[in-house]
Ligand binder design. Structure first.
Ligand code: AMP
Length: 153
């Protein structure tokens, strides 16, 4: 974000990825829900992207989908494949999208994770936590710039 006095630049998805990296935890659609649960827990994340054999995004599965499956089928849901519980219509974004537009998509769609695509290739993922963290850093920079501006005015 630009300093006080300059025109404010829009924050982009690429700014977030620069800070957090491009690592995305993925799984194949055949993986069982039990395996997905283990991965989510091990990697301390709330969702993962489901990739087909050719690396195409087939879906996204989050802890919320797993809760829903267990509420419906009980513990035996953990033996079923991820493909049965994942969301197939994935809302994605590009690195050049603004964080503002990303927040709007998350709010409208009521989800907390958005994969970043470069063409058809997975290039990262942004969670609501990443957005909040980045916004906070941004506010701090802005507050600091304001303080310096006032002190040196
Ligand atoms: P979340 O808030 O990310 O845990 O996800 C809530 C619900 O939205 C779950 O059913 C997810 O499968 C789904 N979901 C999460 N992220 C996306 C996304 N980017 N596009 C479409 N659906 C999503």
């Amino acid at each position: 974000m630009a300093a006080v006095g300059n025109q404010e630049e829009a924050m982009l998805v690429s700014d977030i990825l620069r800070g957090k990296g491009r690592d995305v935890v993925t799984a194949s659609p055949e993986k069982s829900l039990g395996q997905i649960v283990a991965l989510l827990s091990e990697r301390r994340i709330g969702a993962l992207v489901v990739l087909g054999a050719s690396g195409n995004v087939e879906g996204i599965i989050s802890e919320r989908d797993i809760v829903k499956a267990i509420a419906r089928d009980g513990a035996k849901a953990l033996e079923r494949p991820a493909s049965e519980s994942m969301t197939r219509r994935v809302v994605s974004c590009r690195e050049t999208d603004t964080v503002q537009s990303l927040m709007e998509r998350m709010t409208e769609g009521r989800f907390r994770h958005v994969p970043v695509l470069d063409g058809d290739v997975l290039a990262g993922i942004v969670s609501i936590g990443d957005v909040v963290k980045h916004r906070l850093m941004d506010y701090e920079t802005e507050t600091q710039a304001m303080r310096e501006y006032i002190t040196h005015a």
